[in-house]
Design a protein around this ligand. Sequence first.
Ligand SMILES: NC(=O)CC[C@H](N)C(=O)O
Length: 222
Amino acid sequence: MTCGPSASEYGPVVGPVYDGPVKPSIGVLALQGDVREHVSALEQSGARAVPVRRPAELEAVDGLVLPGGESTTIDKLLRIFELRDLLVERIGQGLPVYGSCAGMILLADRVIDGSHDQQTVGGIEMTVRRNAFGRQVDSFETNLEMAGIAGGALPATFIRAPWVEEVGTGVEILARVPDGRDDAAAGRIVAVRQGALLATSFHPEITGDARVHELFVTIVKE
Ligand SMILES: NC(=O)CC[C@H](N)C(=O)O
């Protein structure tokens, strides 16, 4: 028995009114680290940001951000939450991923000074040195030029950050610590891209300058 007119009597089913380009759905791995900051930087950059904690959520996104935090902890949680193998698989299939700081470490094929059982997800042919700039008290801010980012120098915050020690031939170097410092940090590689994988040693998500996230959204749309 039916109540009221059938669907066909209303005419064809009409979906939501289309009012512009579809926003890509970008996940932020939400196991540990500064998730909220990435969510708001992504929203500011024209994406729909979704926290990712479950395999089904990871399956559904068009791109993923690995936030800053503690790479050893995120590594362990990825395995406990049964996300690690799926993430490796999706990266192999071309999923765009952006990693900042601890996220950069997770995207590296090799780590120097990792904890003894630390694993990475990998994907970028590079060796990173963990905690390369020193301890928490050696955290610092600087402005740097980054390839692919228009509009002048970018504010960059380094918090117990890694640097990139060496890269393979497929890796594009996007930024280095400016020269003119008198320490070992001058000239170090701090932003790279390999295909759809992007990584920075620093945390653009806490500066209010969303240009790195805009670059990542562009990569996801490609
Ligand atoms: N701000 C950060 O993400 C710090 C990274 C941290 N030192 C690690 O090894 O994972």
